[in-house]
Design a protein around this ligand. Structure first.
Ligand code: PLP
Length: 381
């Protein structure tokens, strides 16, 4: 169905941070399939793991034990503050699972069932997750929405008092709002919010679907903030492009789910978890995050240099390789001009260009990006 306005490029292959179209044109891809191919396109380790798994078993359902699930679950738990993992197939499903778990927790503790999210957030396209999404453009035409959601303003200190008064079951937020315009949480605000959630026994749910799996320079973005959420959702980067989602929780929260509470036929199947294990291992067992950190600092610096020369840039913001360039004009125009320069970037709302390189970019790739982006900005003047 006609659910996407597509750019006029037909992509047929990809390797690293390059993709090729059906005319054999080569593009520098700084979208990573929307923060998904964090190790670049077709990374060797993940490819080998998938090929090996194809020879063993593809699918058997969650009615049986799946060794890959245990392995990936352990990797996620050992490298985060969480104890238990539920596997699904997408970001929306991971958030859906988080919302259900929060509701069940509230139900069992006879507390408010309300969930607070923030304006400009994005949490998915299913009924519960589009309700959680604080943007009317996502919700229009789909009411009645799910009851029990309310929206406060992100990074707003008065919202903290409202949370204290409302005492909801849970607060759900992105550490860096992605689709809503690349807006990082204010560290003072988020720390205070986490403190309120702890003292008031409100579950803190972080949607790390876009920020997780190394995107911001740490394995998970909450690590930048010195907080310990109760629930975290993952998807995009977890399978390097193979569909997989996950919802992680602390054990006392996770214990609210029992056999029959929730499920998924495909969730965490042997192929998806093979991709997840290989992706996680490549990040954990190598120095990819520290080498990416250098490139991340460089990219921000280079973008700030471009800002000095191009008045069309109003602001450069973001965390690691989740960067937003706010434009005095239409961001989509930039994306279209970039395609002419064989460069792929994204938008995040009407005025923000979103730049999402894979963690594996080299200095040469970065130089090429700046050259091409500079040309695009010149055309905007
Ligand atoms: C992409 C995204 C989602 C939805 O993920 P899908 O896999 O498209 O369902 C949810 N939350 C955030 C923050 C996202 O970036």
């Amino acid at each position: 169905m006609n659910t996407y306005n597509r750019y006029p490029v037909t992509i047929v292959s990809g390797k690293g941070c390059y993709v090729w179209d059906d005319q054999n044109n080569k593009y520098l891809d700084f979208t990573s399939g929307i923060a998904t191919c964090n190790l670049g396109h077709a990374p060797d380790g993940v490819k080998q793991a998938l090929v090996k798994q194809l020879d063993e078993i593809w699918h058997c359902s969650n009615l049986f034990h799946i060794p890959n699930q245990n392995t990936l679950g352990k990797l996620l738990v050992e490298h985060s503050c969480f104890d238990k993992v539920f596997f699904c197939n997408s970001g929306a499903e991971a958030n859906e699972a988080a919302i259900k778990l929060a509701r069940k927790y509230a139900y069992d503790h006879q507390k408010s069932k309300d969930i607070i999210t923030f304006t400009q957030s994005f949490h998915g396209r299913t009924m519960a997750t589009l309700t959680a999404t604080g943007q009317t453009k996502i919700q229009t035409g789909f009411s009645p929405l799910i009851p029990g959601f309310s929206y406060l303003s992100f990074n707003d200190f008065t919202a903290l008092n409202q949370i204290k008064e409302l005492k909801p079951a849970a607060v759900l937020l992105e550490i860096v709002q992605g689709e809503g315009g690349v807006i990082p949480a204010n560290p003072v605000w988020l720390k205070e919010l986490a403190k309120i959630c702890k003292t008031e026994h409100i579950l803190l749910i972080v949607d790390e679907i876009q920020t997780g799996i190394g995107r911001t320079g740490k394995l998970f973005a909450y690590e930048h903030y010195g907080i310990e959420p109760d629930i975290m959702t993952l998807a995009k980067g977890l399978g390097s492009g193979f569909p997989i989602g996950a919802m992680l929780a602390k054990k006392e929260v996770a214990a609210r789910f029992q056999p029959g509470s929730h499920g998924s036929t495909f969730g965490g199947n042997p192929l998806a978890t093979a991709a997840g294990i290989a992706t996680m291992n490549q990040i954990i067992q190598t120095d990819i995050l520290s080498s990416a950190k250098e490139q991340m600092d460089q990219l921000k610096e280079k973008l700030l240099e471009l800002k000095m020369r191009h008045t069309v840039i109003k602001e450069v913001r973001g965390l690691g390789f989740l960067l937003g360039v706010e434009i005095d004009g239409e961001a989509n125009k930039i994306v279209q001009l970039a395609i002419e320069e064989k460069l792929l970037v994204l938008t995040a709302g009407p005025h923000v260009v979103r730049i999402l390189p894979p963690l594996t970019v080299t200095s040469d790739d970065m130089k090429l990006f700046i050259e091409r982006f500079d040309k695009v900005l010149e055309k905007m003047e």
